[in-house]
Design a protein around this ligand. Structure first.
Ligand code: NAD
Ligand code: ZN
Length: 234
């Protein structure tokens, strides 16, 4: 394999599936009879904040019951051992990349383990339940805390930084993402427009965007990511 010095790895729900975190499709797109799109929007929070806080409290609590799998751990090792730069751009809101040893991570859809104050905008680490009565540790205004999550209809975080990484990388790898959630689904086209980077998709099955990748590897992330990392470090 060629020597790559500047690697961007885009990850989606599929990389955490073997850790026991359900993907959209596994979950049937539903949570307690609610469509996920209906509990993960600014409108839903406006309408029924207790319901939305409850949805995220459950998912936050689940972080304590799951562990990083060999795919997360291999990406941590790649970052540590590659003579170059590795950036993980994740659509996931879990903290399994951190716990797998990665440090250079962009959480474009936010993080379950943080909340944000709608009054003073502070972002704080939050591992407990958050309710409409919980006070902001900074400004004490209540009810002002919301999950630090990018909801449907909101702008993903750090898009400018991500864009410049995509144009500068020499290898782009997409792992466990269905390729139908934008803007992440368009990243491979941005990378290919430079004409210099290699692109690899790793997914259980061909994703919606599989044909945009120069190389595709289909199977479990827990097997295929460690194998790729070994090739890259050879
Ligand atoms: P998705 O659920 O739409 O697609 C997941 C993809 O992963 C599918 O194409 C599936 O075939 C593949 N997959 C499943 N198991 C796999 C495995 N073991 N190895 C490799 N691939 C596997 O997820 P998405 O594309 O990330 O988009 C859904 C949105 O919901 C994103 O914003 C996503 O991050 C969010 N979400 C996040 C989590 C999480 O934080 N862990 C969980 C569910 C959904
Ligand atoms: Zn505040």
């Amino acid at each position: 394999m060629a020597r790559y010095r500047n690697i961007v790895v885009l990850t989606g729900a599929g990389i955490s599936a073997e850790s026991g975190v359900a993907t959209f499709r596994d979950a049937g797109g539903l949570w307690e009879q609610h469509r996920i799109e209906d509990v993960a929007t600014p409108d839903a929070f406006q309408r029924d904040p207790d319901l939305v806080q409850g949805f995220y409290n459950q998912r936050r609590a689940q972080l304590f019951t799951v562990d990083p799998n060999p795919a997360h751990i291999a990406l941590g090792k790649l970052e540590q051992l590659l003579d170059g730069t590795v950036t993980v751009v994740t659509q996931n809101v879990d903290n399994l990349h951190e716990r797998g040893g990665s440090k250079n991570i962009i959480h474009m859809h936010g993080e379950l383990s943080k909340v944000r104050c709608r009054h003073c905008s502070i972002v704080v680490e939050w591992l407990e339940d958050c309710t409409q009565e919980t006070r902001c540790p900074n400004c004490s205004d209540a009810p002002a805390l919301r999950p630090h999550i990018v909801w449907f209809g909101e702008m993903p975080f750090d898009m400018e930084r991500i864009e410049s990484l995509l144009y500068a990388c020499d290898l782009f790898v997409s792992v466990g993402t269905s390729g139908n959630v934008y803007p992440a689904a368009g990243f491979v086209s941005a990378v290919r427009s430079t004409g210099v980077a290699h692109t690899i998709e790793i997914n259980l099955e061909p994703s919606e965007g599989a044909s945009y990748f120069a190389e595709t590897r289909h199977g479990k992330a827990g097997d295929l990511v460690p194998a790729l990392v070994d090739e890259l470090l050879e």
